[in-house]
Design a binder for this molecule. Structure first.
Ligand code: NAD
Length: 511
């Protein structure tokens, strides 16, 4: 089954594709792919609209964004329906992964915008204080392109789009070709809340459309997706010297310590590897359990994984969202079994027409398997026994990825100790993927998992240029160090060096 099927197009016509449901293969409609000309026209509209949008007081932009919560709640059922049609995710997951965090982001950024974006007066240090004043203002960058994936197509589009808008930019969103309607809903909600049409736009298309956007008249790209595409985008942005934020793939490790609450650890292992059918950048993809508690932990994981129901109609687990993804999961699991892994639960595609894969628990896995080194993005709990915490940390760091990690222990001090040794963007105690929903947490990957961060206390400022404006305190005709150089100039410079920096006590006062 193909989820995105290109349709024949006559010469000069726009390319089109047909979309089919991952649940049962039923037709979901046909879509026109935006051409490079469409992209240029959308970017030009965004460019023209930007000064007026940026000129509005931030409080006005924030009021619109806060009001979007009401629109989102009023449109909730239609959005959930679009999400479920395109991805097959259970209603509970449409609400927890997409709708709830989206309301929270709108509400949070809407409330924070004024504080994060207002001009700041900075107190200068040392010898500059008597002569200069400094303000920093946060200038919008201009036109921001947001390119997003299919696994959480609503919230992963909404969050960057809203941040960029609040900062005074205009935005063109290109959602994944696998989930066009779900992504489009972000723009529909924001327009209904009062964002003008040319200030927030959506373009449908695939990699070609995305590439045209990155090559177009744009001032920043925020990309969420695979490492391979992220590298291509970084190369173009690097050549053009425009900033990009890249949120890329992950291979997150979960470490189960000897003192862990094994009931919670097992429930977490199953849920955090399998929710959204395992298609979360922050999914638990590798589990390292210390030998002392491994038997009991694995027994509990098997028991809980066996209880998961999967299929259409609000079962615990939906299908994989695309045929390509199902193939990757199947390949990783097959290769692991060939190399000696044992499928304690599941281990094969599910029955029926949809892109289902059985909830799977694999034990006796190791790092010779793609399952433990490459992103699987499927409903698989892969469990490896380790001697102790040191071995767990070594193996967790043995990865080209570094998005996040989790540590299951009763002792928060253990999380701090282990966490500081992990080369990952974040670390979570007795939980995992929730970190993305914590707006205050600067979220982003290390190594191949990304460049830059979304969220955090300065999130909105990442869509601005912090422009310092240095003000002269006094209306003097000249400065001591300007032409012509004289003995007096040299005397002044020598005095500053002698009195300001030649004495340790004064030096501290001047710092
Ligand atoms: P993908 O890279 O195939 O596609 C992502 C988006 O990029 C799509 O909209 C696609 O059309 C577009 N695109 C493709 N080629 C392009 C090009 N050359 N130039 C510009 N745009 C292009 O990724 P995917 O398969 O849609 O998403 C899954 C991946 O996303 C996984 O690796 C997952 O881990 C990652 N992801 C990361 C995060 C994070 O926050 N770190 C969050 C969610 C998903």
């Amino acid at each position: 089954m193909a989820i995105v099927e290109p349709l024949a197009a006559a010469a000069g016509e726009r390319r089109r594709w047909a979309l089919t449901s991952p649940v049962d293969g039923s037709a979901l409609g046909e879509w026109e792919v935006a051409t490079a000309t469409d992209v240029d026209e959308a970017l030009a509209r965004a460019r023209r609209a930007q000064p007026e949008w940026a000129a509005r007081p931030v409080t006005e932009r924030a009021a619109i964004i806060r009001g979007a919560v009401d629109v989102l709640l009023a449109r909730k059922e239609e959005i959930v329906e679009a999400l479920r049609a395109e991805t097959g995710k259970p209603r509970a997951e449409a609400l927890t992964i997409e709708i709830l965090p989206s309301c929270d982001f709108l509400n949070h950024w809407g409330a924070r915008a004024k504080r994060q974006l207002r001009d700041e007066r900075k107190r200068l240090h040392g010898y500059l204080l008597p002569v200069k004043k400094l303000t920093v203002n946060y200038q919008p960058l201009g036109v921001v392109g947001v390119i997003t994936p299919w696994n959480a197509p609503f919230v992963l589009s909404l969050n960057p789009v809203v941040q960029a808008l609040l900062a005074g930019n205009t935005v063109v969103l290109k959602p994944s070709e696998v989930t066009p309607r779900s992504g489009e809903w972000v723009v529909r909600v924001l327009r209904e809340a009062g964002v003008p049409d040319d200030v927030v736009q959506v373009l449908h298309g695939d990699g070609e459309t995305g590439a045209a956007m990155v090559a177009g008249d744009i001032d920043k790209i925020t990309f969420t997706g695979s490492v391979a595409t992220g590298r291509k985008i970084a190369e173009v942005c690097g050549r053009r010297l425009i900033p990009c934020t890249l949120e890329l793939g992950g291979k997150d490790a979960m470490i189960v310590c000897a003192d862990a609450d094994l009931e919670r650890a097992a429930a977490g292992a199953v849920y955090l590897s399998m929710f959204n059918t395992g298609q979360v950048c922050l999914s638990v993809e590798r589990i390292y359990v210390v030998e002392a508690v491994a038997d009991e932990f694995i027994r509990k994981v098997i028991e809980k994984a066996r209880a998961i129901t999967y299929g259409a109609e609000n079962k615990d687990m939906g299908p994989l969202f695309s045929d390509r993804q199902l193939e990757i999961v199947r390949r990783h699991v097959e290769q692991a079994k060939d190399k000696g892994a044992v499928a304690a639960v599941g281990g094969a595609p599910g029955a029926g027409d949809g892109l289902f894969f059985q909830p799977t628990v694999l034990v006796d896995v190791d790092h010779s398997m793609d399952l433990m080194t490459q992103e699987t993005f499927g409903p698989v709990a892969a469990i490896m026994r380790v001697r102790d915490e040191d071995e767990a940390v070594r193996l967790a760091n043995d990865s080209e990825y570094g998005l996040s990690a989790s540590v299951f222990t009763r002792d928060p001090a253990t999380v701090e100790r282990i966490g500081k040794r992990l080369i990952t963007g974040s670390v979570v105690h007795n939980d995992a993927a929730t970190i993305y929903g914590v707006a205050e947490a600067p979220f982003g990957g290390r190594k191949s998992s990304g460049v830059g961060q979304v969220n955090g206390v300065d999130a909105l400022r990442k869509y601005t240029h912090a422009q310092p404006i240095l003000i002269a305190r006094w209306a003097t005709k000249s400065e001591h160090v300007w032409y012509p150089y004289s003995d007096k100039t040299l005397e002044t410079l020598e005095s500053i060096l002698r009195y300001a920096f030649g004495n340790r006590f004064v030096r501290r006062l001047m710092s």
